[in-house]
Design a protein around this ligand. Structure first.
Ligand SMILES: [Fe+2]
Ligand SMILES: [Fe+2]
Length: 348
């Protein structure tokens, strides 16, 4: 939030600098350009002082556009991410596992809702964002274009995919945009449960029969490298990173977060009794981090372009779910209209 101090520093009233207030600023510098410059200065001061920018505060157009793009991609990933795991709900090996998996998949739907709501505070409606997802104009995380071939994949996704998501998302709890940062606090708590359930599931399989252990190892072999790709391209190829760090939307670079994730996973894999599929993985005493092998970025870009194993299936299923849910949205809208009509009459 841009506070009184920030506004005073910019020579504007000690109130929220709302977008519609642009151009109404008066004083020796008045005029459209200098007014915007004053608001820009207030924004910069607030960001530098680690204050939150709130929906009604003035913000640069590019900051708003970057947030909408990032939050939308994040929201889309949450709801598309329900598919690979939901694939196993009916085949969970016990009632306990089924209940846990259902709760987890339902959490992901909730994450999508918090995030679409956060995007709405920036003036972009959910319909518009879903339309962009369905028409391929906005992306979701490439990791969800891989198939879940065995029950162990549910464990590997929880441990590695949710684990990578947490590593990425914990710093977002300090993001400069208030609604996004607050949504992330709750999401990270739930992701932490997801990561632990995956770890516990893999541990049970790893300590089970030889066939179960092999199934767990196979899942980790398939999910390890795509999980490392979740942090995005290397820093020198990441187009949005520098500006996002300046705006304090992003706090750490892709490579920093990837390294942190590898360092966290190595001892966990040892405790699980499972190997990470990288012959170059070793502790580097000098750096105080694990070195790891080269990532196949060709695969990453191919999957991103739509050529992954499940891209077509995921988006087709998403469009179908949206179409099949049309009657629910219509009924909810009709109910809301009736309800507001009734309360309108009651108070008339
Ligand atoms: Fe999630
Ligand atoms: Fe999750």
């Amino acid at each position: 939030m841009a506070t009184a101090a920030a506004h005073q520093a910019a020579g504007t009233p000690a109130a929220h600098a709302t977008s519609d207030a642009i151009g109404t600023a008066s004083g020796p510098d008045s005029g459209p350009d200098s007014g915007t410059a004053a608001y820009q200065a207030a924004f910069d001061t607030a960001v530098a002082a680690e204050e939150r920018i709130e929906p009604r505060d003035w913000m640069p157009d590019a900051y708003r556009a970057t947030l909408v793009r990032q939050i939308a991609q994040h929201a889309h990933s949450e709801i598309i991410g329900m598919q690979p795991e939901a694939n196993w709900i009916t085949r969970a090996p016990s009632l306990r596992r089924k209940a846990i998996l259902m709760a987890k998949v339902q959490d992901e739907a909730g994450h999508g809702l918090y995030l679409y709501s956060a995007a709405e505070t920036l003036g972009t409606g959910r319909d518009e964002l879903l339309d962009k997802l369905h028409s391929g104009r906005q992306k979701y995380s490439s990791i969800f274009n891989y198939p879940t071939l065995t029950w162990a994949d549910v464990g590997a996704i929880g441990w590695l995919v949710d684990g990578a998501a947490i590593t990425n998302q914990v710093p977002l709890c300090r993001c400069s945009y208030g609604p996004y940062a607050r949504a992330m606090v709750r999401i990270c708590k739930e992701e932490s449960f997801h990561q632990r359930q995956g770890y516990e599931l893999l541990l049970a399989l790893s300590r089970g029969t030889d066939a179960q252990h092999a199934m767990a190892q196979d899942a980790v072999d398939r999910w390890w490298w795509p999980s490392l790709m979740m942090f995005g391209p290397p820093d020198d190829e990441s187009s949005h990173s520098a500006q996002s760090m300046e705006w304090k939307i992003k706090r750490h670079s892709n490579d920093e977060l990837r390294q942190r994730f590898v360092d966290i996973c190595v001892p966990q894999a040892e405790s699980l009794g499972l190997a990470l599929p990288d012959p170059d993985l070793r502790w580097n005493e000098e750096r105080g981090h694990h070195d790891f092998g080269a990532i196949d970025w060709t695969e990453f870009w191919e999957v991103l372009k739509g050529n992954g194993p499940c891209n077509e299936q995921r988006i087709t299923q998403r469009r179908r779910a949206h179409d099949e849910g049309a009657w629910v949205r219509e009924a909810a809208a009709a109910h809301a209209a009736k309800h507001s009509g009734a309360s309108g009459k009651a108070t008339a």
